[in-house]
Write a protein that binds this ligand. Structure first.
Ligand code: TRP
Length: 443
């Protein structure tokens, strides 16, 4: 089996100004993960997505610049990872349409963001779709195109985005089913270990609570914000609780284990809040100061950032997006008319039909009976031993009729195979059988 590096892809919506919570919860871990061996990382600015909410052109441009500069300042190396802007790859929007034409509208109706808007309208006695744009409704399809166009294997996201990845799998699978095996079905990766940082008031740091510490404010401002973190009223000399202390949690997010232990000791020893805040400020600034310096330098040279982004998109289009879209156009039938054979009105296709999988039944040296589902060389499903060939045959028939779920089958998945692959292969097989049966009935 080919061992290409694992493709990890993440989109960054270009809105707002990054804060410490974004840095600790998303930016820092994503950049660290991109340095893992045998991975290929794709980071992009989801500027087309941002248009759904932000409709102030100046702010969209400003935010795109700030967010690109933030990721670069935080250590993203555009020579080692793919770093690009969604809107620089027109193939993504073209693919969005192809996927739109296979996506079930009913599935989109159930998307959390859309449903929440409808629920709110209902509660307010408004028309279901009042104020809802088709952009909001189609958000998951654009996101699926982002992911599928580069055949991403893994998509690190927050919990709230898992449904979107499942939709991407669904749309990809439908396309594969209709036109052939073009897309890898992506998996969401949710890391529950990354800290959600508390904000100034102790609630989760979030723009909507107005309790954030922006990542790159000047040091004096940073210090002021750190000193405004809410604490209890214990006096210096009184022992303090680390449990439930926003100050402590923020400290921990930037400290080594030894530093955290020492800080906990200082709490037990009754450090004054002023001293504790000073120590937190020093610690955060130690990590952020060099990034801030790079950030300020980067935003002062916006045309360099523009060049970096364009270069990433140009190389990606050349290597992946443009050739893939050529194949997909061919696959869906947007073809060169000069290749139509007039005599037979047969369209010449350069697209290989996907090979159908087959069930093979056999007997091993142990005297037992087995079956496996193979697709060319690849083993998709391997059964356990059966005492009688009939039992193996019945399991196969039940799988084909959809009466036996893949997960419940007395069989294990092949190496690197996921359940969805097996399901798709069996569905294709069943469809081909049905087609054959229909042709026979006609004849
Ligand atoms: N919807 C994602 C978010 O709000 C951003 C995004 C757009 C994305 N396209 C993506 C994330 C593709 C992962 C993959 O965070």
């Amino acid at each position: 089996m080919s061992q290409r590096p694992v493709r990890i892809l993440t989109g960054i919506t270009t809105s707002g100004t990054p804060h410490l919570g974004n840095y600790v919860g998303a930016i820092r871990p994503a950049i660290a993960a991109s340095r893992a061996p045998n991975t290929d990382s794709f980071f992009f600015l989801a500027d087309l997505h941002s248009l759904i909410k932000a409709q102030d052109p100046g702010r969209t441009q400003r935010s795109t610049l700030e967010i690109a500069a933030t990721w670069l300042a935080a250590g993203l190396d555009p020579a080692k990872v793919w770093f690009y802007r969604q809107s620089d790859i027109p193939e993504i929007t073209e693919l969005t349409w192809f996927l739109t034409c296979v996506a079930g509208k009913g599935i989109l109706n159930r998307a959390h963001a859309y449903k929440a808007a409808v629920d709110k309208n209902r509660a307010d006695g408004e028309d279901d779709d009042a104020g809802v744009t088709a952009g909001l409704f189609m958000y998951p399809v654009l996101m699926a195109a982002d992911i599928l166009i580069f055949n991403a294997d893994k998509v690190p996201v927050g919990r709230d985005q898992v449904q979107h990845i499942e939709m991407a799998r669904d749309f990809g699978q439908r396309f594969n089913h209709v036109y052939g095996d073009y897309f890898t079905l992506p998996e969401a990766v949710v890391d529950d270990n990354v800290a959600t940082l508390p904000g100034l008031d102790g609630r989760k740091m979030s723009k909507s609570y107005g309790n954030t510490i922006p990542l790159f404010v000047p040091p004096a401002e940073l210090k002021k914000l750190v000193f405004s973190i809410v604490t209890d009223s214990r006096a210096p000399g009184e022992a303090k609780d680390t449990e439930g202390s926003a100050l402590f949690q923020l400290y921990q997010a930037f400290a080594s284990n030894e530093e955290t232990t020492a800080f906990a000791q200082a709490f037990a020893d009754g450090i004054g809040w002023g001293d504790a805040k000073q120590r937190l400020f020093d610690l955060v600034d130690r990590e952020i100061a060099p990034l801030r310096e790079r950030y300020l330098d980067l935003v002062s040279r916006p045309s360099d950032i523009e060049d970096t982004l364009r270069d990433g998109a140009r190389r990606l289009r050349e290597e992946y997006a443009t050739p893939l879209l050529a194949q997909l156009r061919e696959a869906v039938g947007l073809r060169d008319l000069s290749k139509v054979q007039l005599g037979a009105m047969e369209v010449e296709s350069s697209v290989d039909k996907p090979t159908l999988a087959t069930f093979k039944q056999y007997r091993e040296a142990d005297g037992k009976f087995y079956f496996k589902l193979v697709e060319g060389e690849r083993v998709l499903l391997q059964s356990r031993a059966f005492d009688a060939p009939r039992d193996a045959g019945q399991a196969i028939a039940a799988l084909k009729r959809g009466e036996l779920a893949v997960a419940d089958a007395p069989a294990t998945l092949g190496d690197g195979v996921i359940e969805a692959d097996v399901r798709a292969a069996i569905e294709a097989l069943a469809a081909a059988d049905a087609e054959k049966a229909a042709a026979k009935a006609q004849a």
